[in-house]
Structures are given as structure tokens and as C-alpha cells.
Design a protein around this ligand. Structure first.
Ligand code: G6P
Length: 490
């Protein structure tokens, strides 16, 4: 309701690459799937609360005519109150804009994980052209001359300025879900100036942490002739001013309808253990990630191996369950990661496995929210070992799922979430022994310490939930609009 009041009368348009629901053929039928994406996890509940139009790249296998015709009706029950408008891209556009510039260029450029970015002129041109197509769609969807437009992530760095040109009175809020690197790192991008100029079409530029927003401001200071006011966190460029701030993103709280039907933790354990063929009394260390090289899955496996080697009492007792949702599998760096992880898992299982005990269970599939909640509730430990992560919402989802206040979160220091969830066992994922030690400590942690840590983290996530995130950006935006109006009078 707070969000609705803040937006009363305003038209709201969200733009993201990922669509919140993917329609796929399954035999004769069309099914609806939710993609694995922190962005979708966070923004979808906001959209459900605010209504409006969501423009995204259509990626499912269902017929386009069918999906377009059902842009409202095809959503699952209770999710009808916003329109979903798909942009259909050709294979060539997907290659250049998504696989190429976004995921081989900007993604490794922004994540400090020592994967070399690849920049191709043709990818850049396609990226620009696709941003242009989305700008056209925004203008076509806008019914008023001053809509509120929420531009999401690194797929659309050029969109804010393209929209600003054609809808000068729009309130454009761009949110960068991934880290922003320091000026030297960013400077290797051949189109650094164009990207910064594109982003500065925004009214507000949001980042996950203060560190990232500071990096952005310093990057602009270094490469553009812009006026930077550090004190007010504003950047003025070619007569327009943007406000740069950090807004740590979060998850829905209270949970979605799904949380109402959570079985007790004991029932979750029973269900999960029988599905996985685990012996009662065994314990699960859980990892839930997209199958991405930024997530530190290799380092996690090394740590688990170290744990079993140095604490053989866990052999036969503890399994690492790693959910790795498929993503970007057309790219060589991702294929290399798959191969390496599969090899490591095979070696680990050969070394420590025995009849009735599989040390590592790797599931290279995407699970739905309901099953994930059961896994979170069944696990003894949840481990997030990202090498670098803008926020990481898995950590917050785990905390939210544990209303029994039991279970231990191991969390990489290099996630945005580590700033808020300081009661987790914070680790350096590059330091294998450190992570193994945290696993050991987690497995031995007394119930009352688990309760204290979770209770505190649950308060944080409850208070700083995603509605608060959206409310914070939107109230800054309305204050900003007012100030501009007042300044225009003098
Ligand atoms: C990150 C990005 C999102 C992206 C998601 C999934 O969370 O910030 O923009 O949607 O990863 O990646 P994918 O390429 O599978 O959409």
C-alpha cells in the first residue's frame, strides 16, 4: 500500500532482459516457469504490488502469437495485475546483445573474478540496436508524458539516455544489479564514455552498495567532462542532473503465497531426504546458484573436499547438495565451468563415496520456488561462496525460509548481502581452509547460537525487504521531482 500511495496516479513501466514468467511448451501444453534470477526475485513482487507494464525479452518456447495474445491472462492465478510485453529478438540479436556484449563483455568487466572480458565491435553495435528497440517499446507503451520507468541492469546501459531524448519528462530510475568496478577496471571497455553517457540519462542511478555507487561516481569523474558533486551524490552532465545512490535490494517479506503452505521443517527434511535417497539423520550442506563462474562453486567443492579429508567423521554423515540452475550455456566460459565442476564432483564422489552415501549431489536443473523453500528448510547449512556478487538473494531467501531459527548461513564477504547479514559465518571464498573451517564450525554450532544468529538476520531481512527497497527509490524520485519543479520556478 505504501508503494501504491507513492505512485498514486503515476504510470509505471519496468524494463529488464529476463521476463518474470517464461512460457514453454511441454508436450501439447504451455507451462509457466519462473527464471532463476535475483532481479526477477526482487522486482516481480514490486510489480505485483504496483501494477503497470513490464517489458522484457521473450525467451520461452511457446508460440509468440499465443504468448502475446495472453500477456495478462497467461500469468499464474493471483498474478494478473500487470501487463507483460515481450520483445522478440532474432538469434543474431541474442548473440550480439545478450551473449556477446552483456555477458562476455560487461558481466566479467563488472565482476572481479579474473575472467577476461571480450569486446567485439559487432556485439557492441547489436547491443546498441537492441537498446534502441527497447526504447521504442517504452515510448510505445507509455500513455503519459511523465511515466516512472524502472530500467534494470547491465543489459540496458544505453536505454536511459535513449528514453530521455524522447520522453524528457519521464522519471527514469536505473538500477544496476551487479557490482560496479573501479575506474581502472572499467576503463578497459572501449565504449566506456558511451556507456556512462547512456546511464546518465537516468533521474536516479541505483547500485547495490555504497562501494559500487562510489566506484561509479569516480568512473564518471575520470572519463567524462561532468560536474560531480560528491557531497550530494549528484552528477550533472549536458544540462541534466542524475542522483547516484545505493539501494541494497532484497526479497519479499512476508513471503509470497508459497510461504503459507510451507510444511514443518521435519516434513521438509522427510520429503527432501526421501527424494534424494538420503539416510535419516544425515545432514545437508546446501548451495543454490545459477551455474555461473562468479558463484565460487569450484572453491566450494574444494572446501568441502578439505572438510572431509581433515574431518573424516563427516564422511557418510554430510552431503553437499549443489543446485546449479542452467544459465548462458552457449558461452565457452560457462561450458568450461560445467566440465570442470562435473569432473570435480566425480572425483570427490569416487574418493569419499561408499554404498548408500554420495558426498556431492549436483543438480544441474532449475527448481521451482516451492521445492527450493523445502530445500532451505531441510538443510543444516546453506553456503554462498560467490567470488563477487552485487547482492545475492539466495542468502536472504534462506534466512526467510528458516522460521524455525535453525540452520547456519555461510556467506562470502564479497557479496553485497554480507554488509547486512553480518551474523552469518562470513568467509573469503578464495581461502579454501577458511571456508572448510566455517563448514566445520557450522556443523558443530549449538542450537541456541544458530537461533540467535538467525533471529537477528531475520529481523534485518524482514525490515529491509524489497518493498522497502522500492519505496526508498521511489520516495527519492518524488523528492527529486519536486525539487526540480521548485528550482524551475526560481
Ligand atoms: C543476474 C543479473 C540478472 C540476470 C540474472 C540471471 O542476477 O543481474 O540481470 O537476469 O543474473 O542471468 P540470465 O543471464 O540467466 O538472465
Amino acid at each position: 500500500t505504501l508503494l501504491r500511495t507513492q505512485l498514486s496516479g503515476d504510470e509505471i513501466i519496468v524494463v529488464s532482459n529476463r521476463e518474470p514468467y517464461i512460457h514453454e511448451w511441454q508436450g501439447e501444453q504451455t507451462i509457466v516457469r519462473r527464471p532463476a534470477s535475483g532481479l526477477v526475485t526482487a522486482v516481480e513482487p514490486v510489480m505485483r504490488a504496483c501494477s503497470g507494464t513490464w517489458i522484457a525479452h521473450g525467451s520461452g518456447s511457446a508460440d509468440r502469437e499465443f504468448v502475446d495474445a495472453h500477456d495478462r491472462l497467461m500469468l499464474p492465478p493471483g498474478h494478473k495485475d500487470y501487463a507483460l510485453r515481450r520483445i522478440w529478438l532474432s538469434d543474431e540479436e541474442v548473440r550480439g546483445y545478450y551473449n556477446g556484449f552483456a555477458n562476455e563483455g560487461l558481466w566479467p568487466l563488472c565482476h572481479m573474478v579474473h575472467i577476461r572480458p571480450t569486446f567485439r565491435e559487432s556485439d557492441w553495435e547489436t547491443y546498441r540496436a537492441v537498446n534502441r528497440r527497447f526504447a521504442d517499446a517504452v515510448v510505445a507503451e507509455a500513455h503519459s508524458e511523465d511515466p516512472v520507468i524502472l530500467v534494470q541492469d547491465y543489459h540496458f546501459a544505453l536505454l536511459p539516455a535513449m528514453i530521455r531524448e524522447r520522453l524528457p519528462r519521464a522519471t527514469i530510475l536505473a538500477f544496476w544489479h551487479i557490482p560496479w568496478p573501479n575506474p581502472e577496471s572499467f576503463g578497459i571497455c572501449p565504449w566506456r564514455r558511451e556507456i556512462l553517457q547512456g546511464m546518465l540519462g537516468s533521474t536516479i542511478l541505483g547500485f547495490q552498495t555504497r562501494n559500487h555507487s562510489q566506484n561509479f561516481i569516480e568512473t564518471v569523474d575520470r572519463y567524462l567532462e561532468a560536474r560531480v558533486e560528491h557531497e550530494h551524490s549528484t552528477i550533472s552532465f549536458r544540462g541534466e542532473t542524475s542522483f547516484v545512490e545505493s539501494y541494497p535490494i532484497s526479497i519479499e517479506w512476508p513471503g509470497s503465497a508459497a510461504s503459507a503452505d510451507w510444511p514443518s521443517p521435519q516434513n521438509c527434511r522427510d520429503e527432501v531426504f526421501s527424494q534424494l535417497g538420503l539416510r535419516a539423520g544425515q545432514r545437508i550442506i546446501l548451495g543454490v546458484d545459477r551455474f555461473d563462474y562468479t558463484k565460487g562453486i569450484i572453491e566450494r567443492l574444494q572446501a568441502f573436499e578439505h572438510l572431509l579429508q581433515h574431518n573424516p567423521q563427516w564422511i557418510g554423515e554430510v552431503s553437499l547438495l549443489q543446485i546449479a540452475a542452467p544459465t548462458r550455456s552457449a558461452l565457452a566460459d560457462y561450458q568450461g565451468l560445467h566440465a570442470k565442476v562435473h569432473d570435480m564432483v566425480a572425483a570427490l564422489n569416487a574418493r569419499f563415496g561408499r554404498a548408500g552415501y554420495t558426498p556431492v549431489i549436483l543438480q544441474n536443473v532449475q527448481h521451482d520456488q516451492r521445492w527450493l523453500a523445502r530445500l532451505y528448510r531441510a538443510a543444516a547449512v546453506c553456503v554462498v561462496s560467490s567470488l563477487h556478487d552485487g547482492m545475492n538473494l539466495v542468502s536472504k531467501e534462506f534466512v526467510a525460509a528458516r522460521d524455525d531459527e535453525q540452520g547456519v548461513l555461510i556467506l562470502s564477504r564479497f557479496t553485497g548481502a554480507a554488509r547486512e547479514l553480518s551474523e552469518a559465518l562470513l568467509v573469503n571464498p578464495y581461502h579454501v581452509e577458511d571456508v572448510a573451517q566455517a563448514m566445520q564450525r557450522a556443523l558443530l554450532m549449538p542450537a541456541d547460537e544458530q537461533r540467535e544468529r538467525l533471529a537477528s538476520m531475520r529481523m534485518t531481512v524482514q525490515e529491509f525487504n524489497v518493498f522497502r527497497w522500492a519505496g526508498h527509490i521511489l520516495s527519492d524520485a518524488s523528492r527529486w521531482r519536486l525539487r526540480e519543479r521548485i528550482e524551475a520556478r526560481v
